[in-house]
Write a protein that binds this ligand. Structure first.
Ligand SMILES: NC(=O)C1=CN([C@@H]2O[C@H](COP(=O)(O)OP(=O)(O)OC[C@H]3O[C@@H](n4cnc5c(N)ncnc54)[C@H](OP(=O)(O)O)[C@@H]3O)[C@@H](O)[C@H]2O)C=CC1
Ligand SMILES: C[C@H]1O[C@H](OP(=O)(O)OP(=O)(O)OC[C@H]2O[C@@H](n3cnc4c(=O)[nH]c(N)nc43)[C@H](O)[C@@H]2O)[C@@H](O)[C@@H](O)C1=O
Length: 317
């Protein structure tokens, strides 16, 4: 049963300065929500349990979206698994417990497509969760996210609150982290190619073999899907959020090269991890609920390259 969110509700977007949180903020503002609340990590560190409880007791939000997490690309995840597991468990347990304490009526928890088994049948359906071993480069992060899904299901069962979970595919867009070592594929490529073009370099070196396939979604589409789910979905099972279309890393690199205008050679570094060979989501549940992604990958990358060029001095690196 669709339920429109009250445009005057107090909506706490945890992680509102990140890639996802800032896109959610833009989307909700555009849709007329008047009481959005965000706190930077410096203002409220979500690993500090007591502070998180006090914040929720004073704010008593009507809607919470949990987009705060320790996030990084394949190398960051495989180099710092203990940090990814511990910080994410702390952040989400504190936020979900504090939200339960004041009985927040609507809540969306965000995980990631890496929760699914490394060799899950493609496209990956929601019910393939916990049917096989995880991809080792991000298993610690994935376990924290799986705990979050179970936390939402447990609250629904024990307390009857209509909280939900969304599992986005790989995302990109304005506000991304463009760090050379810590970022995801697309921001890394955009910065590398733009720098190479500006420096007149003859070649760039990308990671791995270029053969893995990835599904990439523009973060503004993902934010629209999140609002849609909050208004149109009330179920126990996590919902995949993606486009349902994927490309090889090498194809994505060629698109970035074309959009940026880099004409040099592309080399590959086999010492860097490839990660899972393929993870394209089955987006049937999302589409049957009434939302579908329409932006093409070329449009999305062109938008992000424009944003990068206009904000190069301030991007996160
Ligand atoms: N990026 C992607 O490709 C994908 C992301 N997701 C999910 O989306 C969510 C958001 O990711 P994304 O926006 O990319 O990540 P970002 O790194 O861009 O943003 C994360 C945000 O979390 C905040 N944060 C981190 N640690 C703490 C803390 N201890 N206390 C308070 N705030 C904290 C940061 O705050 P501050 O800015 O103040 O430091 C930042 O705003 C995550 O749950 C992630 O799993 C899912 C699939 C793919
Ligand atoms: C969203 C998801 O993101 C992470 O998983 P991932 O999909 O493997 O992430 P990625 O974007 O970093 O890499 C995708 C592919 O791209 C190749 N690749 C080439 N060149 C660069 C490059 O320069 N940087 C990066 N990062 N990758 C590169 C790289 O070798 C790999 O084959 C999870 O850890 C976890 O955080 C998670 O949930």
């Amino acid at each position: 049963m669709p339920t429109e969110l009250d445009r005057d509700a107090t909506i706490y977007i945890a992680g509102h300065r990140g890639l996802v949180g800032s896109a959610l903020w833009r989307r909700f503002e555009r849709e007329g929500f008047a009481n959005l609340v965000g706190k930077s990590r410096a203002e409220l560190d979500l690993t500090h349990r007591r502070n998180v409880f006090e914040f929720f007791e004073s704010l008593r939000p009507g809607v919470v979206i949990l987009a705060a997490a320790k996030v990084g690309g394949i190398l960051a995840n495989s180099t710092y698994p203990a940090d990814f597991l511990s910080e994410n468990l702390q952040i989400q347990t504190n936020v979900l417990d504090a939200a339960l304490n004041v009985r927040v009526p609507k809540l969306l928890f965000l995980g990631s497509s890496c929760i699914y088994p490394k060799f899950a049948e493609q496209p990956i359906r929601e019910d393939s969760l916990l049917t096989g071993p995880l991809e080792p480069t991000n298993d610690a992060y994935a376990i924290a996210k799986i705990a979050g899904i179970l936390n939402i299901q447990a609250v629904r069962r024990q307390y009857g609150l209509p909280w939900i979970s969304g599992m986005p595919t790989n995302l990109y867009g304005p506000g991304d982290n463009f760090s050379a070592e810590g970022s995801h594929l697309l921001p890394a490529l955009i910065r590398r190619y733009e720098t190479a073009k500006n420096n007149g370099d003859e070649y760039v070196i990308n990671w791995g073999s270029g053969t893995p396939r990835r599904e990439l979604m523009h973060v503004d589409d993902m934010a629209a899907a999140c609002l849609h789910l909050l208004e149109n979905y009330d179920g126990d099972q996590q919902v995949n959020i993606g486009t349902g279309r994927d490309h090889t890393v090498s194809e994505l690199a060629d698109i970035v090269a074309n959009v940026v205008g880099f004409e040099g050679e592309i080399r590959w570094d086999p010492e860097k991890p490839d990660g899972t060979p393929r993870k394209v989501l089955d987006v049937g549940v999302l589409e049957r609920s009434g939302w579908q992604s329409t932006r093409t990958i070329v449009e999305g990358i062109a938008d992000t390259v424009d944003w990068y060029r206009q904000n190069e001095a301030e991007v996160r690196v």
